[in-house]
Design a protein around this ligand. Structure first.
Ligand SMILES: NC(=O)c1ccc[n+]([C@@H]2O[C@H](COP(=O)([O-])OP(=O)(O)OC[C@H]3O[C@@H](n4cnc5c(N)ncnc54)[C@H](OP(=O)(O)O)[C@@H]3O)[C@@H](O)[C@H]2O)c1
Length: 258
């Protein structure tokens, strides 16, 4: 669909992928609803967007809280109507082995992105169904398809997001609502500062891939809206890696352990 004039909700809009994507979509004429916890940062980004002639409204919210999600969704529906596009991008989590992961960490990592994407999407779905149009875009990682040691909860949460996206797509078949799963390899974003110790746990094979920039990611998300893309996999080499992983999982695991 065309971005111009569309109401686009994006979570995790206070930094990294979310911030840059919001700015990119606003330059294309999208009306942005910005969700994350950091109120001053969201307000600053909304201000910058409006300075450039765009439209953005900040909604500070902790997306790990299902009640807060229901509340913010009500406010959005009452004030701005049903978003045309929902981008579930918020996510966090430091990379630990299973033994290093406290129960609070695993709960937090499942809460955002997985539960947050599930709960937020559910709030808008009945209205989108009635309208018969919309797009849900879930931002994930190659960790939703392949595994490596030292990031157990992160990988589990991204696998859950992958399953949710596929299940959602099958339920929405014929509804006019498109579902996009965006799978990215390493991106040079604030993720690594916000989740210290994680970058050191990237598999060594990651050296062979040039990290994506947040601008490249934002452009890809923009194109996925314009083209109703079903699935994004970037860098493209991961298409091949996923096939190899399906056909030869033991070999794939061995490589990722290196
Ligand atoms: N960076 C990478 O290499 C990479 C690769 C593939 C996929 N991804 C995925 O892309 C998504 C965005 O990552 P990023 O690189 O942009 O990282 P980031 O800069 O750390 O951004 C994460 C965003 O999520 C928000 N967030 C975290 N917990 C939240 C909560 N409880 N409630 C509301 N918002 C919350 C943060 O805002 P507040 O702190 O203000 O709440 C922030 O805006 C993540 O799910 C990540 O797994 C990243």
């Amino acid at each position: 669909m065309k971005v111009e004039g569309r109401t686009i909700l994006i979570t995790g809009a206070s930094s990294g992928i979310g911030e840059t994507t919001a700015k990119t979509l606003s330059r294309k004429g999208g009306k942005l609803l910005l969700l994350a916890r950091n109120k001053p940062k969201l307000e600053e980004i909304a201000y910058r967007i409006s300075e450039q002639g765009g439209y953005a409204v900040p909604f500070p919210v902790d997306l790990s809280d299902a009640y807060a999600i229901a509340d913010v969704a009500k406010k959005i529906i009452a004030g701005f109507g049903i978003p045309d596009i929902v981008i579930n991008n918020a996510g966090a989590g430091r990379w630990f082995t299973v033994e290093e992961t406290a129960s609070a960490d695993v709960e937090m990592m499942m809460a955002v992105p997985y539960f947050a994407a599930f709960n937020l999407t559910r709030e808008f779905l009945p209205h989108m169904r009635t309208r018969g149009s919309g797009q849900i875009i879930n931002i994930s990682s190659v960790a939703s398809r392949i595994v490596w040691p030292g990031a157990a909860s992160y990988i589990s949460a991204r696998h859950a997001l992958d399953g949710f996206t596929k299940a959602l797509r099958t339920e929405l078949h014929g509804s006019g609502i498109h579902v996009t799963l965006a799978i990215f390899g390493t991106i040079n974003s604030t993720y690594w500062e916000n989740n210290p110790g994680s970058r050191e746990r990237l598999p060594r094979t990651d050296r062979f891939n040039r990290p994506l920039t947040v601008e490249q990611v934002a452009e890809t998300i923009l194109k996925s809206i314009e083209n109703n893309t079903r699935e994004i996999i970037k860098p493209r080499i991961f298409r091949l890696i996923f096939v190899l992983n399906t056909l030869f999982p033991k070999i794939s695991e061995r490589i990722m352990r290196m």
